[in-house]
Design a protein around this ligand. Structure first.
Ligand code: NAP
Length: 222
């Protein structure tokens, strides 16, 4: 039975990833920031752990709790979007938290969980088209865009790091999806977005290492 670790799975896209992989017969290990807030995830029957990704001690504790479990996929989904507006929304604390959650934590998680992976295994982080320079035609969302662009650069380097040799490191964009973050007017439902990303993940080959892919499998310009 293949094993996936999903980071940030109590609601939205992470919850739907957990549901679909569990329904498909995978061993799903999932982390949430607050286990008490994970009632929907508990219903899926997946293995549940606590981890606030801004706290490196909690990341290390999670890795220790999973000692001996080898992962086929490390999927880093946790993310925050503090600002859909313009410069008026720019605040130091929320900018730094977006950087910590969206850009720094995925690298630290990859660093720690590399020890749970050997061979052509997959390290995937959920990014966003809003982190693409080429796709930025409307500006705004300074913290979110900057943090996802930093994630993209970090994971591009991770894909070339000697420690990930033989693995497949990718960035995935889910599209604009109806979740707490995406809002009720987003065109995509979580079911379709996750089904699309799961198809992309299932089709990954070593040639895809370091790519930035949309949920429909098309490549996104950096
Ligand atoms: N929805 C979209 O349209 C869209 C588009 C592009 C990219 N994305 C990306 O897709 C991913 C999932 O988004 P979503 O739409 O499902 O958002 P969401 O409904 O707001 O869920 C965000 C998830 O991230 C978790 N999280 C936030 N801060 C965390 C922390 N410090 N430690 C651990 N977990 C933390 C949340 O946990 P809590 O419940 O504890 O806060 C929650 O599970 C994010 O990376 C987002 O940037 C979404």
């Amino acid at each position: 039975m293949p094993t996936i670790l999903i980071i940030g799975a109590n609601r939205g896209l992470g919850l739907e990833f957990a549901r679909q992989y569990a329904d498909d017969g995978w061993r799903v290990v999932a982390s949430v920031r607050d286990v008490k807030q994970a009632a929907d995830l508990k219903k899926t029957g997946v293995e549940l752990h606590a981890c606030d990704v801004t706290d490196f001690r909690q990341i290390n504790t999670l890795a220790q709790a999973l000692n001996g479990i080898m992962l086929d996929i490390l999927l880093i989904n946790a993310g925050v979007c503090p600002d859909f507006g313009g410069l008026a929304d720019l605040k130091r604390d929320s900018f730094m938290n977006a950087m910590a959650v969206n850009a720094l934590a995925p690298l630290q998680l990859a660093k720690v969980f590399l020890h749970h992976m050997t061979g052509p295994k997959i390290i995937a982080a959920i990014s966003s088209k809003m982190g693409s320079m080429a796709e930025n035609s409307s500006g705004g969302s300074f913290a979110y865009r900057a943090s996802k662009a930093a994630l993209n650069m970090g994971f591009k380097s991770l894909s070339m790091a000697p420690e990930t040799k033989g693995m497949i490191t990718v960035l995935l964009s889910p599209g604009w999806v109806r979740t707490d973050m995406g809002g009720p007017t987003a065109p995509l439902d979580a079911d379709s977005s996750i089904a699309g990303m799961r198809t992309v993940i299932a089709g990954l080959t070593p040639e895809d290492n370091g790519r930035f892919l949309h949920y429909d499998g098309t490549e996104i310009e950096w």
